[in-house]
Design a protein around this ligand. Structure first.
Ligand code: UD2
Length: 307
């Protein structure tokens, strides 16, 4: 079996690559290393890495024709809401146009694939009050990032239906774990918290800490991606989360207890456009056999010790 992982040197992508290699897949990665790192890939000696931009159509088309992938996992993206607000047009080129062009090339070239999996985000749900979010809950994409993710989802699913491509989309909630880069202003809060605790640095808390999120450990995310790609799934969307709503305050207290470190906190106003509450209904994923193996305490402990 041969798999393409775009964004495969990034945080989630590299964990997926490791897993696929262990399953005996031949894995090919396309990553421009704008956020990813070569060191993230454990088996770099057997993984073929192309340091390329997914917008490079000549390259991408040549690769698809040459390699004839069984599975395509599309993770390459401008991966942050705030970043997309800084550069909406470029985000659109990367997060939307590049995916659409790949789908169109697959269609026109009659390439046969077993599964095309596109990674979307909980950002598509916006700030509507309905909770927990089900895959058929109303969406309200509020940023260039969310708009592109949602529009691309629709294309991915509609291409699947119209042209018989086995396509699926996943909506990631707040993924955390080793290799998440803490150094960007758009980094996930758990990588920032880990950094602050390890270096005894000040953590800036936006808002009152009562905002809630559904944090999911990266190993559970990989389990979900594997189930979705292996089971009979097609033209549908899956939430990928833990299914538990926790406040940021609870996360901070739990992490302090686990590490035995005291967090230095400075409070500031909430972020503009911030989602107040977020939690997923994960029953669709559970129907595929998904079980969370990494409750928060276990995930945080592992992240602290190994990440
Ligand atoms: C997550 C995703 C984002 C998008 C969004 C959809 C990550 C890293 N980002 O954004 O891409 O999918 O969900 O809703 O997964 N915070 C602090 N201090 C900090 C950093 C964060 O207080 O230094 C707060 C932040 O204001 C928020 C919470 O921590 O309330 C989580 O922030 P985040 O950036 O990790 O994730 P989120 O949910 O804003």
């Amino acid at each position: 079996m041969k798999a393409l992982v775009t964004g495969g040197a990034g945080f989630i992508g590299s964990h997926l690559v490791d897993y696929l290699v262990k399953q005996g897949f031949e894995v090919i990665v396309v990553d421009d290393l704008s956020m990813g790192k070569i060191d993230n890939i454990e088996n770099i000696d057997i993984v073929k890495l192309y340091v390329e931009d997914v917008r490079n159509q000549d390259f991408m088309r040549g690769l698809l024709l040459r390699e004839r992938f069984d599975y395509i996992y599309y993770l390459a993206a401008v991966a942050s809401v705030a970043d997309s607000i800084e550069r909406p047009e470029e985000t659109h080129e990367i997060n939307h146009n590049a995916v659409l062009k790949m789908l169109e090339f697959i269609r026109c070239s009659n390439l046969s694939i077993k599964k095309f999996l596109f990674t979307s985000s909980a950002a598509v749900y916006g700030n509507l009050s309905e909770l927990p979010k089900r895959e058929d809950s109303r969406v309200d994409p509020l940023s260039p990032y969310a708009i592109d993710k949602y529009a691309t989802e629709r294309y991915v699913l509609t291409y699947g239906e119209l042209y018989g491509l086995p396509t699926v989309c996943v909506r990631f909630f707040n993924v955390y774990g080793p290799r998440q880069n803490p150094s960007s202003p758009y980094s996930g809060v758990l990588s920032i918290l880990t950094n602050c605790l390890k270096r005894d640095e000040q953590f800036t808390l936006y808002g009152d800490g009562k905002q809630t999120r559904d944090f999911v450990y990266v190993e559970d995310v990989i389990q979900a991606l594997w189930l979705i790609s292996e089971k009979e799934t097609s033209h549908e969307v899956f939430n990928v989360a833990n299914g538990l709503e926790l406040s940021l305050q609870t996360i901070m207290t739990t992490y302090e207890r686990i590490t035995g470190c005291k967090l230095k906190v400075s409070c500031t106003g909430g972020r503009v456009g911030e989602v107040t509450r977020s939690v997923a209904n994960i029953s669709k994923l559970a129907d595929l056999g998904y079980k969370t193996h990494w409750p928060l305490e276990r995930g945080l402990t592992q992240y602290w010790e190994g990440g």
